[in-house]
Every structure is written in C-alpha cells, then in structure tokens.
Design a protein around this ligand. Structure first.
Ligand SMILES: N[C@@H](CCC(=O)N[C@@H](CS)C(=O)NCC(=O)O)C(=O)O
Length: 231
C-alpha cells in the first residue's frame, strides 16, 4: 500500500500534526513528512485538490492513493491500525467522545489567541486578543481540565490510562493537548491545583520509552512544542 505520510506544513513547531506523530511514535511505525514548504501544502491540498476523496485542511494522512483529513479521525484510524484502542465496545465509543472533546478544547484554546482574526498570526493581534485569552484562562480552562481529570479518575482512580490497562490513541491525544496547554497557558497550567492526576499522567506518558526517545530525537527537534495557540 505504500509508506505512511503526514502532509503538513514544514514548520518549526509541533502543530496539529503532533497528535498524529505521537500515534506513530508510540506504535513504533515509521512515517515521513514530505511537504517542504507552505506553498507546496497549499497547492497540493487546498488549491488543486489532492485527488480522490476531498480533504480540506492539513494535516492529512496519505498512504498510496488513500487520503484522510481531520486529526481526530486520523488518530482513531491509526489507533485501530496499530492496536491502540480500548477493548470493550462501550469504551471504544467513550474513547471517541474523549478524542473529540480534546479537539474541541484545542480549537477553543487556539481561538483565544486569534480573537480578532481567526486565521491571522497571533503576533499581529496580541493586544486585541488579550481579553479573549484572559477570559479563556478564567472561565474555560478550568472547566476543560477538570473534565479530563474526571475522565482519567474514572478508570481505576486515575493512576493509569483513560481506558483499560493499556495505552490507547486517546491517551496520546490527551498527552498532546496537555503539552499544548502547558506551553500556551503556562502560568495557568502550572497553578492549576485541581488536576493532579492529569499532571502525573502527563509525566508518566512522557516517560514511556518510545515517547521519551522521540522527545530526544531529531524528528522532535524539527517540531518542538514551544508555541502559543495550543498546538
Ligand atoms: N479540524 C481540523 C482542523 C484543521 C486545521 O485547522 N488545520 C490548520 C493547520 S493546523 C489549517 O491549515 N487551517 C487552514 C485554514 O483554516 O484555512 C483538524 O483537526 O485536522
């Protein structure tokens, strides 16, 4: 069928593609990121259409003639391919619930940095968007984090994973949204004393052998998690 490819901007920060990279890394499956420039991404995906079933925005997963858009759908698909899914039928659906909720959180957390212009640069709207950031930190961030704390706690008191006794694609997505949250809303994240299980979970996940090796690798150095905007 060909190699796994992630089509995404060749940017020096994690971006939404990081959710997908983590699934490959934890599964120990190799992948490439062939796009070299923003223009190539725009031309390949957005302007000319990629061929076959339409996709809208990057990141896009490609394998041979198969293309798939929407990060949470891609992660779920790869989770199924690599055996990173819960075992029980109800838990598979609940996993999808959490997966989508994570991406709602990411989208909202990102939007606060772009209150004036949704797709413009944060640096061009720093002043105008600050009230949105302040409001998000006060009114919304605790709500999201407390929810994820409760999800984790529901499974055996929160000492392991979101579902069952083994890691799934949802744990990887939760890890990534916490990393995004920590880097974008660092003060608020650090002072959040209501989600100790989440913080311990994040540290535990980051220490998993394959992920720890990834975070030290050249692959990660190309896309480090050090931006605002949750991604
Ligand atoms: N819901 C989509 C969002 C995709 C998305 O917004 N992609 C960004 C990059 S991370 C983009 O290129 N957006 C272009 C645009 O909105 O015009 C997903 O989760 O994949």
């Amino acid at each position: 069928m060909g190699d796994w490819e992630i089509l995404y901007y060749n940017v020096p920060f994690a971006g939404r593609a990081e959710f997908i990279r983590l699934v490959f890394e934890e599964a120990g499956v190799s992948y490439t990121e062939p796009m070299k420039t923003h223009e190539e991404v725009r031309e390949t995906i957005m302007q000319n259409g990629i061929g076959g079933f339409p996709v809208l925005h990057p990141p896009v997963l490609r394998r041979g003639n198969f293309h798939l858009g929407q990060t949470p759908v891609i992660c779920k698909y790869l989770g199924e391919q690599f055996g990173l899914v819960p075992k029980l039928e109800e838990e598979k659906l609940q996993a999808e619930q959490v997966n989508i909720t994570i991406h709602d959180f990411v989208a909202e957390g990102r939007l606060a940095f772009h209150g004036k212009h949704w797709v413009g640069s944060y640096h061009d709207q720093k002043e105008e968007t600050q009230p949105y950031i302040d409001w998000f930190v006060k009114e919304r961030l605790p709500k999201w984090l407390k929810h994820f704390e409760a999800v984790l706690k529901f499974n055996k008191g929160g000492q392991g994973f979101c579902f069952g006794a083994e890691v799934t694609y949802v744990d990887l997505a939760l890890l990534q949204c916490l990393r995004g949250c920590e880097s974008s809303y660092s003060k608020a994240y650090e002072s959040a004393d209501y989600c100790p299980l989440l913080k311990a979970f994040k540290a535990r996940m980051e220490a998993r052998p394959k992920l720890a090796a990834y975070y030290k690798s050249e692959r990660y150095a190309k896309h480090p998690q050090d931006t605002n905007s949750m991604m």
